[in-house]
Ligand binder design. Structure first.
Ligand code: AHR
Length: 671
């Protein structure tokens, strides 16, 4: 019995081994001498969405939460500093003469001394760095008495003073005051204390504490480390400001871009839809101050060298929420918003909206080319609204390239695939310039759909993969993580997009940012807390594809691809040419757990300059992930390899994305 069992096992092993030993070796062929379609400069971009404290509390580095008391509860984020009511009291006042920012706080100080004031908690604390300075500014007026001095302090969680300065000399009219505080320690959970010395009545508004060490050191600028992570990706475009917040829970709460421009004290607060969207992640202090508004988004795109791509409400509130519709005969204000936005971005400095831009410090146009009409809309109501927008916009601005949506991921929105098919049929007739598709799926889907775009019709409509991310557990599950598997499988999908670069001209991961303590949705590309930030493995995949996108598509074929399992291949390739450097850029994704030794042929190449550059992103376990503690656990490794012939062998590491840059001269067939 025993020997029979052993024989059977041995026989099975021999049979299993046979196909392996006889299996032909993987062969990658890149046709170097026949460059194909141009790779769009916008092929890889970023999608900034105000979710997960992405703007206030994130990219917008204002440290004071609810700086003008306009939140639903005027004192959210604030606390009164006093030991007894006799010391003083407060009132929340409303001034209708300031309709865009009506509330302010009135402090009645009964007892002169050192014991009465206000404290602000920041966005899960305030991130303060030693040696750096912070601009404290405030609108104030003295109503009565002698309350003339403010002692402004940044304190740690124990109340220890980390920075302090004084402000005095208020008069009876509203006036802006400014002082600087320099920190003597680093603290992620600091608070702001404002003490009032002297009895009397003082009105305060727009209380701000803002780092001076920002991205470009401008006033009202952005958080440096977060913008740097974006800049490092060299994104081709910046899509903004969302996402569902564009649509709003209802139409009243939609993102109104005109509320987000001009002096910051005249920007109208809005609730962020993610404040209450997920019951399992409530964030009652999530609002939009619009300190980061449309001007700053355009400026950021310019700083990044990225095409600005605003997405506007098309008169439809989020269809997962109220789904309110602006009637067709009342759509004009929405369409006018779009026309005015184009003038704001591109109009001459003496046009109505171009002047607003110029007055904000940017007389030159921003050169906007792309505009999204609606975010994740669907149904015939969307089609007719899109048409109305397109007619009006194209009539006045024929160069603006319009983006139409196909709803959300088909798996999560009502009547999914059927809706997408319906929308695509409509778009094939109406011919928007670009159609946006969204995919939030399990990682395997991204491998199974790597060839998705191979068979899409080529009828002039370009595809924008405007939101995608592999979900390690399920769509929007709070247990999702940015695992190496999700990143690696997204890399596979990206080889498919790249192979179809004649059709797919834009793509971006979503969402972009997540605050470690205040997120609603994950996975996200970049994580941060009040002091630190890091790129996930998914970030490095995006970054590598973007930095190595090349300019022309090369045909890359793979013969004898090893299998991962019965239903999946294990190796994926795409290739492009960098015309400036003459390098062939070969991207290879190995999703198997074994190294794959492949024969590579650069067909039609001669004079290869050795060495070639190799960039490898790899991790031994699919469950691995970067974290705040270990931000570079999964990180690109660069090296060189001697390649001097057009035919060579290369061993692709298990579970890896490899980018080979080989400088070649194509054979000149004319000679
Ligand atoms: O990225 C999270 C959300 O996913 C976006 O707001 C929306 O467009 C999509 O449903």
């Amino acid at each position: 019995m025993r020997s029979f069992y052993n024989f059977k096992t041995l026989a099975r092993l021999i049979i299993l081994a046979l196909p392996l030993s006889l299996a032909a070796q993987p062969q990658i062929t890149v046709q170097v001498d026949q460059p194909g379609t141009n790779i769009s400069p916008t092929m890889y971009g970023v999608f900034f969405e105000d979710i997960n404290f992405g703007a206030d509390g994130g990219l917008y580095p204002e440290l004071v939460k609810n700086r003008s008391f306009e939140f639903d509860k005027p004192l959210r984020g604030w606390r009164l500093l006093r030991t007894s009511p006799e010391q003083g009291s407060i009132l929340i006042m409303r001034d209708e003469a300031k309709p865009r920012n009506p509330r302010f706080i009135r402090l009645n100080v009964h007892q002169a001394g050192h014991g009465f004031g206000l404290s602000n908690e920041g966005f899960r604390g305030m991130g303060i760095r030693t040696g750096e300075s912070y601009r404290f500014s405030i609108d104030a007026r003295k109503v009565a008495g002698n309350s003339t001095t403010l002692r402004v302090q940044v304190v740690d969680t124990e109340g220890k003073i980390l920075a302090e300065n004084r402000l005095a000399g208020f008069n009876k009219d509203w006036q802006k005051y400014e002082i600087t505080l320099t920190a003597n320690a680093t603290e992620a959970k600091a608070k702001l204390h404002i003490w009032i010395d002297g009895a009397g009545t003082l009105d305060l508004d727009m209380i701000s504490l803002f780092p001076t060490n920002t991205w470009k050191g401008r006033k009202n600028d952005l958080r440096k480390d977060l913008v740097q992570l974006l800049a490092d990706m060299k994104p081709g475009f910046l899509r903004f400001p969302g996402g569902c917040i564009v649509e709003g829970f209802n139409l009243e709460q939609r993102y109104k871009w005109k509320d987000s421009i001009g002096p910051i004290d005249q920007r109208i607060f809005n609730i962020n839809r993610w404040n209450f969207e997920f019951r399992h992640r409530p964030t009652p202090d999530y609002f939009q101050s619009y300190g980061l508004g449309y001007f700053e988004y355009f400026q950021l795109a310019e700083d990044l060298g990225a095409e600005p791509m605003p997405i506007l409400s098309c008169g439809m509130a989020c269809q997962f929420n109220t789904a309110e519709l602006a009637p067709m005969d009342q759509l004009d204000p929405y369409i006018q918003d779009a026309l005015d936005l184009i003038e704001f971005a591109n109009g001459p400095a003496d046009s109505k909206w171009g002047k607003v831009r110029a007055d904000m410090g940017h007389p030159q146009p921003f050169g906007m080319q792309f505009l999204g009409v609606g975010n994740e809309q669907w149904g015939p109501q969307y089609v007719e609204r899109y048409q109305a927008f397109a007619e009006a916009i194209k009539q006045k601005y024929s160069d603006i390239r319009l983006i139409a949506a196909t709803g959300s991921d088909p798996s999560i929105f009502p009547n999914g695939e059927a809706e997408v098919d319906y929308l695509w049929q409509q778009w094939r007739m109406l011919k928007p310039d670009i159609v946006d598709e969204h995919f939030y799926r399990k990682a395997d889907w991204f491998v199974e759909n790597v060839d998705r775009y191979d068979t899409y019709p080529r009828d002039g409509i370009e595809v924008f993969v405007g939101e995608y991310a592999a979900q390690s557990v399920a769509v929007a599950s709070p247990d999702n993580r940015n695992t190496w598997k999700t990143a690696l499988y997204e890399a596979v999908f990206m080889t498919g997009m790249e192979r179809n670069a004649d059709l797919v001209t834009m793509s971006c991961y979503a969402p972009l940012f997540g605050h470690e303590e205040a997120w609603q949705w994950r996975p996200d590309l970049i994580w941060f807390d009040n002091l630190q930030s890091y790129g996930t493995a998914n970030y490095y995949v995006q970054k590598l594809f973007s930095l190595h996108k090349g300019d022309r598509l090369l045909k890359a074929t793979l013969a004898h691809a090893p299998a991962l399992d019965e239903s999946k291949r294990g190796l994926f390739v795409s290739a492009t040419l960098d015309e400036k450097t003459g390098e062939v850029i070969l991207k290879v994704v190995n999703i198997t757990k074994t190294a794959i030794n492949a024969a590579v042929e650069l067909a039609g190449a001669q004079n290869i300059s050795t060495p070639a550059k190799v960039i490898v992103l790899h991790s031994p376990a699919l469950d691995d992930a970067n974290t705040l503690r270990e931000p570079k656990r999964i990180y690109p490794q660069e090296s060189t390899v001697a390649i001097s012939m057009p035919n060579f062998r290369y061993e692709f590491q298990p579970l890896s994305l490899t980018i080979l840059r080989v400088a070649v001269e194509p054979i000149d067939n004319q000679q």
